[in-house]
Design a binder for this molecule. Sequence first.
Ligand code: LLP
Length: 386
Amino acid sequence: IEGQLRPKPTPWWPAERERLLALAGAGTPRYVYHLPTVRERARQLAGITAVDRRYYAIKANSHPAVLRTLVEEGFGLECVSLGELRRVFEVLPDLPPSRVLFTPSFAPSDEYAAALALGVTVTLDNVEALQRWPGVFRGHNLWLRIDLGHGDGHHEKVTTGGKKSKFGLAAARVDEFVDAARALDVRITGVHAHLGSGVETRAHWRQMYDELAGFARRIGTVQVLDIGGGLPIPYGQDDEPFDLDDWAEGLAEIKAVHPAFELAIEPGRFLVAEAGVLLASTTQVVEKDGVHRVGLDTGMNALIRPALYDAWHEIKNLQRLDEAADGAFDVVGPICESSDVFGHRVRLPSTTTPGDCVLIADAGAYGFTMASTYNLRALPAEDVIE
Ligand code: LLP
Protein backbone atom coordinates (compact mmCIF):
# COMPACT_ATOMS: atom_id res chain seq x y z
CA ILE A 1 0.00 0.00 0.00
CA GLU A 2 1.47 3.28 -1.10
CA GLY A 3 2.79 5.35 1.75
CA GLN A 4 3.25 2.35 4.02
CA LEU A 5 6.36 0.93 2.42
CA ARG A 6 9.66 1.64 4.09
CA PRO A 7 11.71 3.42 1.43
CA LYS A 8 14.66 1.89 -0.40
CA PRO A 9 17.93 3.33 0.87
CA THR A 10 19.14 6.19 -1.35
CA PRO A 11 21.59 4.72 -3.84
CA TRP A 12 25.16 6.04 -3.84
CA TRP A 13 25.62 6.20 -7.58
CA PRO A 14 23.67 9.35 -8.62
CA ALA A 15 26.09 11.42 -6.51
CA GLU A 16 29.05 9.69 -8.18
CA ARG A 17 27.75 10.17 -11.71
CA GLU A 18 30.72 12.18 -13.01
CA ARG A 19 33.21 9.74 -11.58
CA LEU A 20 31.32 6.80 -13.05
CA LEU A 21 31.17 8.41 -16.48
CA ALA A 22 34.92 9.00 -16.31
CA LEU A 23 35.49 5.35 -15.39
CA ALA A 24 33.21 4.25 -18.23
CA GLY A 25 35.34 6.43 -20.51
CA ALA A 26 38.21 4.05 -19.81
CA GLY A 27 36.16 1.23 -21.32
CA THR A 28 33.01 -0.76 -20.81
CA PRO A 29 31.70 -3.17 -19.64
CA ARG A 30 32.93 -2.32 -16.17
CA TYR A 31 31.76 -3.16 -12.65
CA VAL A 32 32.28 -0.44 -10.05
CA TYR A 33 32.06 -1.20 -6.31
CA HIS A 34 31.46 1.53 -3.75
CA LEU A 35 33.35 0.53 -0.61
CA PRO A 36 31.61 3.02 1.73
CA THR A 37 28.35 1.18 1.01
CA VAL A 38 30.00 -2.17 1.80
CA ARG A 39 31.21 -0.69 5.11
CA GLU A 40 27.79 0.71 5.88
CA ARG A 41 26.10 -2.67 5.39
CA ALA A 42 28.86 -4.40 7.40
CA ARG A 43 28.31 -2.00 10.29
CA GLN A 44 24.57 -2.55 10.19
CA LEU A 45 25.17 -6.26 10.75
CA ALA A 46 27.93 -5.67 13.28
CA GLY A 47 25.41 -3.78 15.38
CA ILE A 48 23.35 -6.95 15.91
CA THR A 49 24.45 -8.16 19.31
CA ALA A 50 22.77 -11.59 19.14
CA VAL A 51 25.24 -12.55 16.40
CA ASP A 52 28.62 -13.71 17.70
CA ARG A 53 30.38 -14.55 14.43
CA ARG A 54 29.97 -12.91 11.03
CA TYR A 55 31.34 -14.48 7.89
CA TYR A 56 31.06 -12.99 4.42
CA ALA A 57 30.16 -15.47 1.63
CA ILE A 58 32.80 -14.48 -0.91
CA LYS A 59 31.02 -16.18 -3.80
CA ALA A 60 28.89 -13.02 -3.98
CA ASN A 61 31.88 -10.81 -4.81
CA SER A 62 35.50 -11.81 -4.35
CA HIS A 63 37.17 -8.56 -5.43
CA PRO A 64 40.31 -8.08 -3.28
CA ALA A 65 39.25 -4.62 -2.05
CA VAL A 66 35.85 -5.98 -0.99
CA LEU A 67 37.49 -8.82 0.94
CA ARG A 68 39.92 -6.44 2.65
CA THR A 69 37.11 -4.05 3.56
CA LEU A 70 34.96 -6.73 5.14
CA VAL A 71 37.85 -8.29 7.06
CA GLU A 72 38.71 -4.82 8.39
CA GLU A 73 35.09 -4.58 9.52
CA GLY A 74 35.51 -7.74 11.57
CA PHE A 75 34.03 -10.30 9.20
CA GLY A 76 35.45 -13.75 8.66
CA LEU A 77 35.18 -15.23 5.16
CA GLU A 78 33.20 -18.19 3.90
CA CYS A 79 34.60 -20.07 0.90
CA VAL A 80 33.21 -22.92 -1.18
CA SER A 81 36.17 -23.94 -3.33
CA LEU A 82 39.92 -24.18 -3.22
CA GLY A 83 39.98 -21.31 -5.69
CA GLU A 84 38.14 -19.10 -3.22
CA LEU A 85 40.45 -20.18 -0.37
CA ARG A 86 43.47 -19.32 -2.53
CA ARG A 87 42.01 -15.92 -3.34
CA VAL A 88 41.49 -15.21 0.37
CA PHE A 89 45.03 -16.07 1.43
CA GLU A 90 46.59 -14.33 -1.59
CA VAL A 91 44.78 -11.12 -0.73
CA LEU A 92 45.06 -11.51 3.05
CA PRO A 93 48.13 -13.64 3.81
CA ASP A 94 48.03 -12.75 7.51
CA LEU A 95 44.38 -13.63 8.05
CA PRO A 96 44.12 -16.24 10.84
CA PRO A 97 42.66 -19.44 9.32
CA SER A 98 40.27 -19.54 12.26
CA ARG A 99 38.41 -16.67 10.55
CA VAL A 100 37.76 -18.73 7.43
CA LEU A 101 35.03 -21.30 6.76
CA PHE A 102 35.12 -23.87 3.99
CA THR A 103 31.59 -24.99 3.03
CA PRO A 104 31.90 -26.85 -0.27
CA SER A 105 29.37 -29.03 -2.02
CA PHE A 106 30.39 -32.35 -3.58
CA ALA A 107 34.06 -31.33 -3.49
CA PRO A 108 36.84 -33.79 -4.33
CA SER A 109 38.82 -35.19 -1.39
CA ASP A 110 41.93 -33.15 -2.14
CA GLU A 111 40.00 -29.90 -1.58
CA TYR A 112 38.98 -31.04 1.91
CA ALA A 113 42.54 -32.16 2.61
CA ALA A 114 43.97 -28.83 1.43
CA ALA A 115 41.47 -26.85 3.51
CA LEU A 116 42.20 -28.89 6.64
CA ALA A 117 45.94 -28.43 6.04
CA LEU A 118 45.37 -24.66 5.88
CA GLY A 119 43.66 -24.86 9.27
CA VAL A 120 40.34 -23.36 8.22
CA THR A 121 37.01 -24.61 9.62
CA VAL A 122 35.62 -27.26 7.31
CA THR A 123 31.92 -28.03 7.01
CA LEU A 124 30.90 -31.46 5.78
CA ASP A 125 27.40 -32.46 4.74
CA ASN A 126 27.38 -36.20 4.19
CA VAL A 127 28.34 -39.50 5.79
CA GLU A 128 29.69 -40.98 2.57
CA ALA A 129 32.70 -38.65 2.48
CA LEU A 130 33.69 -39.69 6.01
CA GLN A 131 33.41 -43.35 5.08
CA ARG A 132 35.22 -43.09 1.77
CA TRP A 133 38.07 -40.81 2.90
CA PRO A 134 38.67 -41.60 6.58
CA GLY A 135 42.32 -40.55 6.33
CA VAL A 136 41.35 -37.05 5.21
CA PHE A 137 39.10 -36.29 8.17
CA ARG A 138 40.50 -38.44 11.04
CA GLY A 139 41.16 -36.46 14.21
CA HIS A 140 39.89 -33.11 12.86
CA ASN A 141 37.17 -30.82 14.15
CA LEU A 142 34.35 -30.38 11.63
CA TRP A 143 31.11 -28.49 11.27
CA LEU A 144 28.10 -30.41 10.03
CA ARG A 145 25.71 -29.00 7.45
CA ILE A 146 22.19 -30.32 7.93
CA ASP A 147 19.26 -30.15 5.54
CA LEU A 148 16.43 -29.15 7.83
CA GLY A 149 13.92 -30.37 5.26
CA HIS A 150 12.67 -26.96 4.18
CA GLY A 151 14.07 -24.17 2.02
CA ASP A 152 13.33 -20.62 0.99
CA GLY A 153 14.62 -18.02 -1.47
CA HIS A 154 13.88 -15.49 -4.22
CA HIS A 155 13.75 -18.24 -6.89
CA GLU A 156 13.51 -22.02 -6.87
CA LYS A 157 17.03 -22.13 -8.34
CA VAL A 158 18.49 -20.60 -5.17
CA THR A 159 16.47 -22.59 -2.62
CA THR A 160 18.83 -24.97 -0.88
CA GLY A 161 16.77 -26.96 1.60
CA GLY A 162 14.42 -29.90 1.25
CA LYS A 163 14.34 -33.21 -0.58
CA LYS A 164 15.03 -31.81 -4.04
CA SER A 165 18.18 -30.01 -2.89
CA LYS A 166 21.67 -31.51 -3.19
CA PHE A 167 22.82 -29.69 -0.05
CA GLY A 168 23.07 -30.89 3.51
CA LEU A 169 22.89 -34.12 5.44
CA ALA A 170 19.35 -35.50 5.70
CA ALA A 171 18.17 -34.82 9.24
CA ALA A 172 17.31 -38.52 9.59
CA ARG A 173 21.00 -39.41 9.15
CA VAL A 174 22.46 -37.16 11.84
CA ASP A 175 22.98 -40.03 14.30
CA GLU A 176 24.70 -42.06 11.59
CA PHE A 177 27.03 -39.12 10.90
CA VAL A 178 27.79 -38.70 14.60
CA ASP A 179 28.71 -42.40 14.91
CA ALA A 180 30.92 -42.29 11.81
CA ALA A 181 32.61 -39.16 13.11
CA ARG A 182 33.20 -40.65 16.55
CA ALA A 183 34.81 -43.70 14.97
CA LEU A 184 37.32 -41.37 13.28
CA ASP A 185 37.92 -39.28 16.37
CA VAL A 186 36.25 -36.35 14.57
CA ARG A 187 34.69 -33.75 16.84
CA ILE A 188 31.63 -31.89 15.56
CA THR A 189 32.04 -28.35 16.85
CA GLY A 190 29.47 -26.55 14.73
CA VAL A 191 26.17 -27.22 12.99
CA HIS A 192 25.22 -25.33 9.87
CA ALA A 193 22.23 -24.82 7.62
CA HIS A 194 21.64 -22.47 4.72
CA LEU A 195 18.19 -22.69 3.27
CA GLY A 196 18.42 -20.32 0.34
CA SER A 197 19.18 -16.84 -0.93
CA GLY A 198 16.94 -13.78 -0.81
CA VAL A 199 14.82 -14.97 2.11
CA GLU A 200 12.18 -12.52 3.32
CA THR A 201 10.53 -14.34 6.21
CA ARG A 202 11.84 -13.48 9.65
CA ALA A 203 10.44 -16.72 11.11
CA HIS A 204 12.78 -18.68 8.85
CA TRP A 205 16.00 -17.92 10.77
CA ARG A 206 14.41 -18.31 14.20
CA GLN A 207 13.10 -21.69 13.19
CA MET A 208 16.52 -22.70 11.89
CA TYR A 209 18.23 -21.64 15.08
CA ASP A 210 15.71 -23.60 17.10
CA GLU A 211 16.10 -26.73 14.99
CA LEU A 212 19.88 -26.51 14.89
CA ALA A 213 19.96 -26.08 18.67
CA GLY A 214 18.03 -29.36 18.96
CA PHE A 215 20.63 -31.18 16.86
CA ALA A 216 23.48 -29.49 18.72
CA ARG A 217 22.17 -30.78 22.06
CA ARG A 218 21.90 -34.28 20.66
CA ILE A 219 25.45 -34.16 19.31
CA GLY A 220 26.86 -32.78 22.54
CA THR A 221 30.14 -31.23 21.32
CA VAL A 222 28.75 -28.29 19.33
CA GLN A 223 29.69 -24.69 20.17
CA VAL A 224 28.48 -22.78 17.10
CA LEU A 225 25.13 -22.66 15.31
CA ASP A 226 25.57 -21.24 11.80
CA ILE A 227 22.26 -20.16 10.26
CA GLY A 228 23.81 -19.35 6.87
CA GLY A 229 23.16 -16.31 4.70
CA GLY A 230 20.20 -15.37 2.56
CA LEU A 231 19.39 -11.81 3.70
CA PRO A 232 17.61 -10.05 0.83
CA ILE A 233 18.06 -6.57 -0.59
CA PRO A 234 15.38 -4.42 -2.24
CA TYR A 235 16.02 -4.61 -6.00
CA GLY A 236 12.76 -2.96 -7.07
CA GLN A 237 11.23 0.33 -5.99
CA ASP A 238 8.38 -1.64 -4.44
CA ASP A 239 10.60 -4.09 -2.57
CA GLU A 240 10.71 -3.19 1.08
CA PRO A 241 14.21 -3.13 2.55
CA PHE A 242 14.88 -6.06 4.86
CA ASP A 243 13.85 -5.17 8.40
CA LEU A 244 17.11 -5.71 10.24
CA ASP A 245 15.76 -4.55 13.62
CA ASP A 246 12.96 -7.05 13.44
CA TRP A 247 15.39 -9.78 12.38
CA ALA A 248 17.77 -8.94 15.21
CA GLU A 249 14.92 -8.99 17.71
CA GLY A 250 13.82 -12.44 16.52
CA LEU A 251 17.36 -13.77 16.81
CA ALA A 252 17.81 -12.32 20.29
CA GLU A 253 14.58 -13.96 21.42
CA ILE A 254 15.43 -17.41 20.13
CA LYS A 255 18.99 -17.14 21.39
CA ALA A 256 17.69 -16.43 24.87
CA VAL A 257 15.89 -19.80 24.69
CA HIS A 258 19.13 -21.65 23.80
CA PRO A 259 21.92 -19.47 25.22
CA ALA A 260 24.60 -22.17 25.26
CA PHE A 261 25.69 -21.61 21.65
CA GLU A 262 27.49 -18.98 19.61
CA LEU A 263 25.42 -17.73 16.69
CA ALA A 264 27.12 -17.41 13.29
CA ILE A 265 25.78 -15.90 10.05
CA GLU A 266 27.27 -15.88 6.55
CA PRO A 267 25.56 -13.34 4.31
CA GLY A 268 26.84 -12.45 0.85
CA ARG A 269 24.30 -10.43 -1.12
CA PHE A 270 23.27 -8.10 1.71
CA LEU A 271 26.82 -6.78 2.11
CA VAL A 272 27.72 -6.12 -1.51
CA ALA A 273 24.74 -6.11 -3.89
CA GLU A 274 23.83 -2.44 -3.52
CA ALA A 275 27.49 -1.41 -3.57
CA GLY A 276 28.01 -2.53 -7.18
CA VAL A 277 26.91 -1.22 -10.55
CA LEU A 278 27.60 -2.53 -14.03
CA LEU A 279 28.44 0.14 -16.59
CA ALA A 280 27.90 -0.62 -20.25
CA SER A 281 27.75 1.33 -23.51
CA THR A 282 24.81 1.30 -25.84
CA THR A 283 25.63 -0.19 -29.22
CA GLN A 284 22.43 0.06 -31.29
CA VAL A 285 18.88 1.30 -30.85
CA VAL A 286 16.47 -0.71 -33.01
CA GLU A 287 12.71 -0.95 -33.58
CA LYS A 288 11.15 -4.26 -34.57
CA ASP A 289 7.40 -5.00 -34.71
CA GLY A 290 6.70 -2.10 -32.38
CA VAL A 291 9.32 -3.12 -29.79
CA HIS A 292 12.15 -0.69 -29.26
CA ARG A 293 15.40 -2.27 -28.15
CA VAL A 294 18.56 -0.77 -26.75
CA GLY A 295 21.60 -3.00 -27.20
CA LEU A 296 24.51 -2.93 -24.79
CA ASP A 297 28.12 -3.93 -25.27
CA THR A 298 27.67 -6.67 -22.66
CA GLY A 299 24.98 -9.14 -21.78
CA MET A 300 24.17 -12.25 -19.80
CA ASN A 301 27.85 -13.16 -19.92
CA ALA A 302 28.55 -10.22 -17.56
CA LEU A 303 25.38 -10.36 -15.42
CA ILE A 304 23.43 -13.57 -15.69
CA ARG A 305 20.84 -12.89 -12.95
CA PRO A 306 18.04 -11.61 -15.24
CA ALA A 307 18.49 -14.52 -17.68
CA LEU A 308 18.85 -17.18 -14.99
CA TYR A 309 16.37 -16.10 -12.34
CA ASP A 310 14.22 -13.47 -14.10
CA ALA A 311 15.88 -11.10 -11.62
CA TRP A 312 14.95 -7.44 -11.84
CA HIS A 313 17.68 -4.76 -11.84
CA GLU A 314 17.14 -1.03 -12.15
CA ILE A 315 18.60 0.32 -15.42
CA LYS A 316 19.44 3.98 -16.07
CA ASN A 317 20.92 5.97 -18.91
CA LEU A 318 23.70 7.56 -16.85
CA GLN A 319 24.51 10.01 -19.61
CA ARG A 320 20.96 11.31 -19.64
CA LEU A 321 20.01 10.97 -15.98
CA ASP A 322 18.49 14.45 -16.01
CA GLU A 323 16.28 13.83 -19.03
CA ALA A 324 12.71 12.51 -18.75
CA ALA A 325 12.47 8.72 -19.04
CA ASP A 326 9.86 9.07 -21.77
CA GLY A 327 10.69 5.95 -23.79
CA ALA A 328 10.19 2.24 -23.12
CA PHE A 329 12.90 -0.12 -24.33
CA ASP A 330 13.86 -3.73 -23.98
CA VAL A 331 17.48 -3.59 -22.88
CA VAL A 332 19.41 -6.44 -24.46
CA GLY A 333 22.97 -7.72 -24.75
CA PRO A 334 25.01 -8.98 -27.71
CA ILE A 335 24.90 -12.68 -26.77
CA CYS A 336 23.38 -15.23 -29.12
CA GLU A 337 20.64 -16.38 -26.74
CA SER A 338 17.05 -15.17 -26.52
CA SER A 339 17.39 -14.89 -22.76
CA ASP A 340 20.02 -12.17 -23.19
CA VAL A 341 17.69 -9.46 -21.91
CA PHE A 342 18.45 -7.21 -18.92
CA GLY A 343 14.96 -5.78 -18.72
CA HIS A 344 11.68 -5.45 -20.62
CA ARG A 345 9.92 -2.13 -21.20
CA VAL A 346 12.57 -0.23 -19.28
CA ARG A 347 11.82 3.50 -18.94
CA LEU A 348 14.70 5.41 -20.53
CA PRO A 349 14.89 8.75 -22.34
CA SER A 350 13.63 8.40 -25.91
CA THR A 351 16.80 10.26 -26.96
CA THR A 352 18.95 7.25 -25.94
CA THR A 353 21.59 6.86 -28.65
CA PRO A 354 24.46 4.49 -29.42
CA GLY A 355 27.45 5.42 -27.29
CA ASP A 356 25.46 6.37 -24.17
CA CYS A 357 26.60 4.97 -20.85
CA VAL A 358 24.02 2.73 -19.19
CA LEU A 359 24.10 1.75 -15.53
CA ILE A 360 22.67 -1.48 -14.16
CA ALA A 361 22.14 -1.09 -10.43
CA ASP A 362 22.48 -3.47 -7.47
CA ALA A 363 24.88 -5.66 -9.40
CA GLY A 364 27.57 -6.01 -6.72
CA ALA A 365 26.49 -9.52 -5.70
CA TYR A 366 26.64 -12.51 -8.05
CA GLY A 367 27.62 -10.23 -10.94
CA PHE A 368 31.29 -10.52 -11.83
CA THR A 369 31.65 -13.78 -9.87
CA MET A 370 29.14 -15.45 -12.21
CA ALA A 371 30.43 -13.77 -15.38
CA SER A 372 31.75 -15.83 -18.27
CA THR A 373 33.43 -15.35 -21.61
CA TYR A 374 30.53 -16.95 -23.49
CA ASN A 375 30.63 -16.06 -27.20
CA LEU A 376 34.27 -15.16 -26.45
CA ARG A 377 33.19 -11.82 -25.04
CA ALA A 378 35.74 -10.35 -22.66
CA LEU A 379 35.07 -10.33 -18.93
CA PRO A 380 34.07 -6.90 -17.59
CA ALA A 381 36.70 -4.72 -15.91
CA GLU A 382 36.35 -3.99 -12.18
CA ASP A 383 37.00 -0.76 -10.26
CA VAL A 384 36.39 0.35 -6.71
CA ILE A 385 35.48 3.69 -5.26
CA GLU A 386 37.11 4.07 -1.85
N1 LLP B 1 26.21 -19.64 2.76
C1 LLP B 1 26.05 -20.64 1.89
C2 LLP B 1 26.36 -21.99 2.30
C3 LLP B 1 25.57 -20.36 0.60
O1 LLP B 1 25.41 -21.36 -0.27
C4 LLP B 1 25.28 -19.03 0.22
C5 LLP B 1 24.80 -18.71 -1.12
C6 LLP B 1 25.49 -18.01 1.17
C7 LLP B 1 25.93 -18.35 2.44
C8 LLP B 1 25.23 -16.56 0.88
O2 LLP B 1 23.91 -16.33 0.53
P1 LLP B 1 23.37 -14.82 0.34
O3 LLP B 1 23.46 -14.13 1.68
O4 LLP B 1 24.23 -14.16 -0.66
O5 LLP B 1 21.98 -14.97 -0.12
N2 LLP B 1 23.48 -16.55 -7.61
C9 LLP B 1 22.27 -16.37 -6.84
C10 LLP B 1 22.50 -16.61 -5.37
C11 LLP B 1 23.10 -17.96 -5.07
C12 LLP B 1 23.46 -18.14 -3.63
C13 LLP B 1 24.27 -19.35 -3.41
N3 LLP B 1 24.62 -19.58 -2.04
C14 LLP B 1 21.70 -14.97 -7.12
O6 LLP B 1 22.30 -14.22 -7.87
O7 LLP B 1 20.64 -14.62 -6.61
